[in-house]
Design a protein around this ligand. Structure first.
Ligand SMILES: Nc1ncnc2c1ncn2[C@@H]1O[C@H](COP(=O)(O)OP(=O)(O)O)[C@@H](O)[C@H]1O
Ligand SMILES: [Mg+2]
Length: 297
């Protein structure tokens, strides 16, 4: 199998349906017989909890080597204890929901600290950006999947930056209101700056490009949590104008930045996702994303 396409799902605004969407998109991707790995980068671990609940498991019962925190902790420890090797057992780290979704959980209760604490312990060194890249390179884990989806917290630290740089594409779920849409524009500018700083302007940028590859491309934006009565056509036009002017490269057909599918605000979606169940509202979004990824526009 070729290397998985890696997709970073993010928005600096919290509560826009990122985690819900990632889980639902993955459910529909596996229905289409795609092999999917979810990686939870959010210290709050919501995605991990949803996935673990499918196998009647929970965060308290995860051993240290069974969560993403361990990968970052081992990296930090290795820097302090040069002679020690910290084994990584991908069989332990990668869990299965039983419905074909594989996932790497993060754990807020990890004894060495949550992902937010570990991101502070990383020293802001250039090489600290490569923890995930080195992990995938060493384990070859991405050879086993069609897609790897990263659930990103609304923060910009070395962990999220490293995941972004490693990704081929990124997806932005957003509520479409004036304020949240400004957040989308800001997000695109920020992630672009990260790439520029590390892969073009840094004194080791050629090394970064070698390990991270091409600049991650915006796959598209999709609207979430839409309330029936809200009219937002003008907000969408304003954003499109901004993106056109900023010459943002998007994988969707020329001049389009939005997927057609709109996810409405339905309590049932929240309830079903918390129980790990698939919802049909996401079928057409997943199909659009797959079409886009597989080059059929
Ligand atoms: N389409 C939806 N309709 C109703 N509630 C939703 C929907 N999508 C998400 N939610 C709820 O909104 C809250 C935020 O969603 P979540 O996916 O956790 O967002 P994020 O990961 O961006 O913080 C959660 O309580 C979730 O259950
Ligand atoms: Mg979330």
């Amino acid at each position: 199998m070729a290397k998985a396409k890696k997709i970073f799902v993010g928005n600096y605004k919290g509560g826009v349906g990122k985690t819900t969407s990632i889980y639902q998109i993955a459910c529909h991707m596996v229905l289409q017989e795609k092999k999917v790995l979810l990686v939870d980068l959010d210290p709050q671990c919501s995605l991990s909890e949803i996935c673990l609940s499918r196998i009647d498991w929970d965060l308290y019962r995860l051993n240290p080597g069974e969560c993403l925190n361990y990968i970052f902790d081992a990296w930090i420890q290795k820097k302090m204890h040069l002679n020690l090797e910290f084994p990584v057992d991908k069989e332990l780290l990668v869990k299965q929901t039983g419905e074909g979704i594989d996932f790497i959980p993060s754990n807020i209760f990890y004894e060495g600290g949550g992902l937010d604490e570990l991101s502070i312990l990383l020293k802001d060194d250039f090489d600290d950006l490569f923890v995930l890249q080195q992990f995938f390179q060493k384990t070859g884990l991405d050879q086993d999947y069609d897609f790897v989806l990263f659930d990103c917290p609304p923060s910009n630290n070395l962990i999220t930056q490293g995941a972004f740089l490693l990704s081929d594409y990124y997806l932005i779920p957003s509520i479409i209101q004036t304020v949240s849409i400004r957040g989308v524009a800001h997000y695109i500018t920020t992630v672009d700056k990260i790439y520029l700083n590390i892969c073009q302007e840094h004194r080791h940028s050629s090394l970064a490009r070698l390990l991270f590859g091409e600049r991650p491309q915006l796959l598209g934006i999709f609207e979430t949590l839409k309330k029936g009565t809200v009219k937002n056509q003008q907000v969408l036009l304003d954003l499109k104008e901004y993106l056109d002017a900023a010459e943002v490269q998007c994988k969707l057909p020329e001049g389009t930045y939005f997927f057609h599918t709109v996810i409405h605000n339905y309590e049932e979606i929240a309830r079903a996702t918390a129980a790990g169940n698939r919802r049909e509202e996401y079928a057409s979004l997943a199909a659009e994303i797959l079409n886009c990824l597989e080059g059929q526009g």
